[in-house]
Design a protein around this ligand. Structure first.
Ligand code: NAG
Ligand code: NAG
Ligand code: NAG
Ligand code: NAG
Ligand code: ZN
Length: 241
């Protein structure tokens, strides 16, 4: 008697499951796509361009309010967790570079230890001061657009990211949407010149779209990036039985 009821219930359950299996799979997939874990890009170059485009948008925003157009985004597990732009003028503070605004924003939401899993995308190579701060925070990697030939800390002037030191080195790969980053800066200086009391000669007021080749060599950073990625994908000792 009891066995008969159990068998009937089992049969009913099996029917219910069969009916719901496919819709629930679809529901599950939709849930996966809606969560932030879903990230359609697989190709590394496409991922870099995707995030650099967002850094450029921050640069555009800076330009629109007469700030030096440098923009950046901080990325954790393929998700932007903070954005920054050069804010030195409005805040009248010489150290409020885009990177610092972004770092502050990250630290308002996460502990400092998060940086070891975070990548920075910035339109201009970080200056020596920012490059050093990023190293102390143990940033995972930096991707930048154009080099900073006067103050650069990631190969433009010094190699703060790679030189021997106490804090771990980080790879800094330059050249992503480099021309766009340079054009943002040139548009800014044209715009500033036009506002100057003694406007410069007309021939200098045309946007120069010629860009020379980048002077920074990414080789050492690529080697470090690959070594770090190999290290990360290795199964950790605790999961190996
Ligand atoms: C800074 O701010 C002033 C006034 O707020 C503005 O006139 C100027 O264009 C801004 N930009 C720079 C880079 O000085
Ligand atoms: C930010 O702007 C200041 C001048 O307003 C400039 O000295 C500095 O190099 C800029 N750099 C970055 C990375 O934001
Ligand atoms: C435009 O920029 C390039 C690269 O910096 C430079 O070699 C060239 O002389 C510039 N042209 C003008 C007209 O300023
Ligand atoms: C710039 O780079 C291109 C492509 O890598 C190369 O063909 C060209 O010779 C380079 N020009 C200079 C002036 O180095
Ligand atoms: Zn800086």
């Amino acid at each position: 008697m009891m066995a008969g009821v159990v068998a009937a219930l089992r049969a009913l359950m099996a029917k219910v499951l069969r009916v719901f299996r496919i819709p629930s799979l679809l529901l599950y997939l939709r849930f996966r796509m809606a969560t932030n874990n879903y990230f359609p890009l697989k190709n590394e170059a496409a991922i870099r361009e995707y995030f650099m485009r967002q850094a450029l948008e921050m640069g555009e925003l800076a330009l629109s309010i007469d700030e030096v157009p440098v923009g950046c985004v901080f990325v954790l597990e393929n998700k932007v967790i903070a954005k920054g732009m050069n804010d030195t003028n409005r805040s009248l503070s010489g150290h409020r570079h885009a990177e610092f605004a972004g770092i502050e924003s990250v630290l308002s939401k996460y502990p400092a230890s998060i940086f070891k899993d975070v990548d920075l995308y910035v339109t201009v190579e970080p200056c020596i001061m920012c490059a050093s701060a990023l190293r102390q925070l143990e940033i995972r990697a930096v991707y930048f657009g154009c080099s900073n030939d006067r103050f650069g800390g990631c190969g433009g002037v010094l190699h703060v990211n790679l030189d021997a030191g106490i804090d771990p080195c980080y790879p800094a790969i330059g050249g992503i949407f480099r021309e766009e980053a340079i054009m943002l800066l040139r548009r800014f200086y044209l715009q500033e010149n036009d506002k100057a009391p003694n406007p410069i000669a007309k021939r200098n007021r045309i946007l120069n779209t010629t860009v020379e080749n980048m002077s920074i060599d990414n080789t050492r950073s690529y080697t470090l990036l690959e070594a770090n990625q190999a290290e990360e994908s290795k199964p950790s000792a605790s999961t190996a039985v």
